[in-house]
Design a protein around this ligand. Structure first.
Ligand SMILES: Cc1ncc(COP(=O)(O)O)c(C=O)c1O
Length: 469
């Protein structure tokens, strides 16, 4: 299987990136009863090659520039296989002593990257969704003076974030019992950064109605565009309002490794908690998210329940760190091994070079699009995400929407590239995000030509249809 994986990674560019099959075909393919007879692993590998591999999304393919699931680095892949073999359970010290020590070291590294001091702590999570949920629960507990854990919310509280937030914020506000009607989504400016004047106005309106701020959330790398809010200004407002300041840097946290753009996340250390996903732009295989917390004792205040059956009787000196007492999850995969091995095998700067290359690729695409004038770019790419809108002058908004979806779908069917589409400020955009260690500038140029050609084709078809109707 190791040889198979090595060959796969070397030759992945020859495979169609995304298979053009109906979902029902795949559900039928796996319409199988629980097997009663054993099969050899060798035979199973053949079945996997036939039934699974032709229909996966090859995120390792250099043309994959889609939703933020980077190509995993090979050292991380091996680490994850090893983690499964030793099956340490990071929730409790007694089921993984050295693994707990390694996990704490990786969390420390992430805290150092942010610029937190020795009081900081954190947890590796299943991803940004869970990390944002923990951040919002920490906010709820801190701002209510540690009452909400016991009594629930008795007053009206609101959470403030820009309209460009990831949906995990909406889900977390619900799960933490604050209620989605109390999530204030603030408009963004031309750079897709939160508008501070709107934030101030909304805060004042809420306070006049007896609704108090429980958490202000900054975005440090929006999902659509990699936009970064003014973190220093948000920190100041949160301080004034005596509420928690959480920053979602699930994707943008990768910029902490950048050698060429070190100041993009200015003010990140001012946050009370930060979400960073090593399984995004640190190129670790899934899953490895992280919530980093400026004051470790807040984790214990929020989660510190110790049941008798989990008490480690032999720990007289309380030196055995129990993640379950300082976090949400109990059984917990050994996520740090892949991050630790990636840093050790490549060195931090090599990973930073991959990040910088992806930024350069997005900026090259921006340059191509700007120079010829067929596309509008939402912003100059701050990170690796770029949103392009085809200037289809003669088409109405609805037809332009159709064009963008049709082009995305045709390029997906072609099997050479994959990117997403999105909606922002009333327009449809191609959302292209190279977060891949195998992508090169040549791939970007190829994508640009294909995009231009396909847009022109679809526009002509739509115009003909429009005229004939
Ligand atoms: C800014 C941001 N936050 C949170 C998430 C959720 O992360 P995950 O998919 O790891 O749960 C994403 C996912 O793309 C994201 O872009």
């Amino acid at each position: 299987m190791i040889d198979y994986i090595a060959d796969y990674l070397s030759n992945v560019a020859e495979r169609p990136l995304f298979a053009d099959v109906e979902p029902s075909f795949l559900y039928d393919l796996f319409d199988e009863a629980i097997p009663l007879q054993p099969k050899s692993l060798k035979d199973l590998q053949k079945v996997i090659e036939e039934k699974l591999m032709p229909y996966i999304t090859h995120v390792n393919h250099p043309g994959y520039m889609g939703l933020i699931t980077p190509s995993p680095n090979p050292a991380g892949i091996l680490a994850d296989l090893f983690a499964s073999a030793i099956n340490q359970n990071l929730g409790a010290y007694s089921i993984g002593p050295s693994a707990v020590a390694m996990e704490r070291r990786v969390i420390r590294w992430l805290n150092d990257l942010i610029g937190y001091d020795e009081k900081a702590g954190g947890n590796l999570t299943s991803g940004g969704m869970m990390a944002n949920f923990i951040g919002i629960k920490l906010a709820r507990d801190f701002t209510t003076g540690d009452k909400a854990q016991h009594e629930g919310l008795e007053e009206k509280w609101a959470v403030y974030v820009s309209e460009e937030r990831h949906v995990s914020i909406d889900k977390s506000v619900d799960a933490a019992g604050i209620g989605r009607n109390y999530l204030r989504t603030i408009a963004t400016d031309d750079n897709y950064q939160i508008r501070l004047d709107e934030l101030e106005e909304t805060l004042q309106k809420d306070k006049a109605r007896g609704i108090k701020p429980i958490c202000i959330i900054g975005l440090a790398g929006t999902t659509n565009l990699g936009a970064v809010d003014d973190l220093e200004a948000l920190a100041e407002i949160a301080k004034r309002e005596a509420c928690w300041f959480h920053v979602d840097a699930a994707y943008g946290g990768g910029m902490l490794l950048s050698l060429q753009h070190p100041d993009i996340l200015k003010g990140l250390h001012l946050a009370d908690s930060v979400t960073i996903d090593p399984h995004k732009w640190f190129y670790a295989p899934l899953d490895a998210g992280a919530v980093l917390v400026k004051d470790h004792s807040r984790l214990t205040a929020s989660f510190g329940i110790q049941h008798a059956y989990l008490t480690d009787q032999s720990d007289q000196k309380s030196e055995r760190y129990q993640f379950y007492v300082h976090g949400f999850e109990q059984s917990k995969r050994f996520r740090s091994l892949k991050v630790w091995m990636s840093f050790h095998h490549y060195g931090k700067d090599k990973i930073g070079e991959w990040v910088d290359k992806n930024v350069q690729q997005a900026r090259h695409l921006y340059g191509l699009a700007e120079s010829e004038g067929y596309f509008e770019s939402a912003t100059f790419p701050v990170m690796s995400a770029i949103c392009l809108h085809y200037k289809s002058g003669d088409l109405a908004t609805e037809q332009s929407h159709t064009l963008h979806h049709e082009v995305t779908s045709r390029i997906e069917k072609g099997g050479q590239f994959w990117f997403a589409s999105t909606e922002m400020k009333g327009k449809t955009w191609f959302r292209i995000n190279p977060v891949n260690i195998h992508t090169t500038i040549e791939h970007i140029e190829e994508l640009y030509s294909l995009l231009k050609k396909t847009c022109k084709e679809v526009k002509e078809e739509l115009m003909t249809k429009y005229v004939s109707v």
